[in-house]
Design a protein. Structure first.
Length: 243
């Protein structure tokens, strides 16, 4: 099943190459700008879709389609350092004030009055001037620096403004326990080879998750790396109600 990982990595590499054209649709700033004008921007709609997708697919977007995932996983070849998951709360220092500002701007503007998916883009494309190019380069360079200095997928752990939407959606799903994509493990088959830990792009202690019987983790992006690299077939994908 390693073909699945090749496919996944190929997709996120392609989305990274498309980033110059699409990064405005993932922009946290354009949501604020749009809210100040009473406009529901493309990024607002995309983030709403990410929340809804998490109700059934968890953080699958992070593993399979996130443009910044491509450059981060390419960085593994140079710096394959695990990230300390104790500091994942740092991103909320960014996220909570950001959400507060969006709400304030929308209220000050008298609420949202129109929808413009292509807001602030040029014929649907993000980069149309030197300013947009500069922002794009800042995003890419910051992502690379964090990957090298902090560790694997550092942006996902510490500064991502999109992941809280999916984490929230997943927690909402877990509360009501309707069927969704998740991992299931047979701990009796586990030989403690630690292959799952070594290969996990999110630096999770997958072996401990298997032993405890609790495969649900807010940082798990359901990439299937642990599923595809385990020679004993300990971990599998399932679409079910159980946590």
């Amino acid at each position: 099943m390693l073909k699945r990982q090749k496919l996944r990595k190929g997709i996120i590499l392609i989305t990274f190459l498309l980033l110059p054209a699409i990064f405005y649709y993932l922009s946290p700033y354009l949501i604020i700008m749009g809210a100040s004008e009473g406009v529901i921007s493309g990024s607002f709609i995309i983030f709403a879709i990410l929340f809804l997708s998490a109700l059934f697919l968890g953080r699958g977007f992070c593993a399979w389609f996130c443009p910044l995932a491509g450059i981060q996983e390419v960085s593994f070849m140079v710096r394959n350092k695990p990230v300390n998951n104790k500091y994942n709360w740092i991103r909320y220092i960014i996220w909570v004030p950001w959400i507060t500002i969006i709400i304030y701007m929308a209220v000050a503007a008298g609420g949202f009055r129109r929808i413009d998916f292509f807001y602030q883009t040029t014929y649907g494309f993000s980069i149309a001037d030197v300013y947009a190019l500069f922002i794009y380069l800042i995003i890419v360079i910051t992502t690379i620096i964090l990957s090298f200095a902090v560790g694997k997928r550092a942006v996902c752990h510490y500064v991502c403004w999109m992941s809280p939407f999916m984490i929230g959606g997943r927690k909402f799903r877990n509360l009501f326990k309707w069927p969704s994509l998740r991992l299931k493990a047979d701990k009796e088959k586990c030989t403690d080879c630690m292959t799952c830990i070594i290969n996990c792009p999110m630096s999770l202690d997958v072996n401990d998750m298997v032993k405890s019987g609790k495969m649900e983790n807010s940082e798990c992006i359901l990439c299937g790396t642990c599923v595809d690299n385990c020679k004993k077939g300990v971990i599998k994908f399932t679409f079910s109600k159980d946590i």
